[in-house]
Write a protein that binds this ligand. Sequence first.
Ligand code: PLP
Length: 358
Amino acid sequence: MHYPLLKIHTQAIRHNIRAILQKLNQWQLRAVAITKGFCADLPLVKLFLEEGITCFGDSNPGNLLKIKHTFSTRNSDLQLYLIRLPMSSEIQLIVDNNIVPFVSNFESLQLLNHAAYKVGKFQKVILAVEGGDAREGFLEEEILGNFNFKALKYVDIVGLGTTLACLNGVLPDLDIVTRLVALKKQLEEKLDKELTLSVGGTTFLELWEGEPLPRGVDEIRMGEAFLFGHDISRKKAFSWLNQDAFEVVAEIVEVKRKQPLWGKARGFDAFGKTSAFLLSGEEKERALVAIGKQDVDENQLYPEDKNVTIIGATSNYLVLDVSKSSQNYKPGDTLSFRAGYGAVLRAFLSPYVSKIYF
Ligand SMILES: *Cc1c(COP(=O)(O)O)cnc(C)c1O
């Protein structure tokens, strides 16, 4: 096992899953676990399954296949959503593996219809609807317009899905939910069948805590609440959930008092940004840590030693101000950080970070 480490505290996540499921039961909502934040790493998927969640969503079909191949024989009710609109190269794989994609255009529906016809089965889809965040989804008038969904004989529309607070930060409210429920009812009449209304992500959870909502939402897709007990769209931690399930540990490789040369021309860093953190002319005791932007998002790392502050990061170094700490840090020491969504996502993707489950 080599540094840097990503430590995953499974008991903290198990608690979050149980606490959320208890609330969703009261609200008569089904939970969908979104696995893109941890590359569907199998020990975590297993944890969700053990707690009774059987529907998983990911933006990457490879992650869904990994889940399917590992768990589908023992879990016959496993259901997999592809939550990013499919590329044309993914259509065959979706049909062959009974993945339910979110779709927002007629071209994809036609491709799915044709691929399903060729293998002789019905392909389930969820129609993505634009809920107000101006990212993906059919417009309401397209769904209710004169397009004949029934003409796609091999496409089985099973629901409507909406996502908020992703691109423009538009937050869900009573008005948006009321409109979605009405849209679901109208499409149910048009198609003459019952549909699932699927909302996400974590930003929706808070709605049910407040004013009573109209019935009609069936499920909520979440990653952040389960993993981090947090709602980034409102910069709010849920008091009844754990926030400390993920910890990054990395090693110090240099400690020196330094300041940048003052009065010199300054260019751009490897990411095309001006190096704002070097602007301080103050000499400080800096610690260089062997982890960088390639492995984590330094903006979502929170040092356990509260007197340490992050000055910045380059591809492969994290630079800390340790001058206010009571610890006498030296090379070879390790430092721990609580890690947020962006940091954990990158750590799972980085082959340089060891993942350890506790
Ligand atoms: C990422 C994502 C989610 C989950 O969002 P969280 O904020 O992690 O809860 C749900 N639905 C879609 C379509 C997504 O892309």
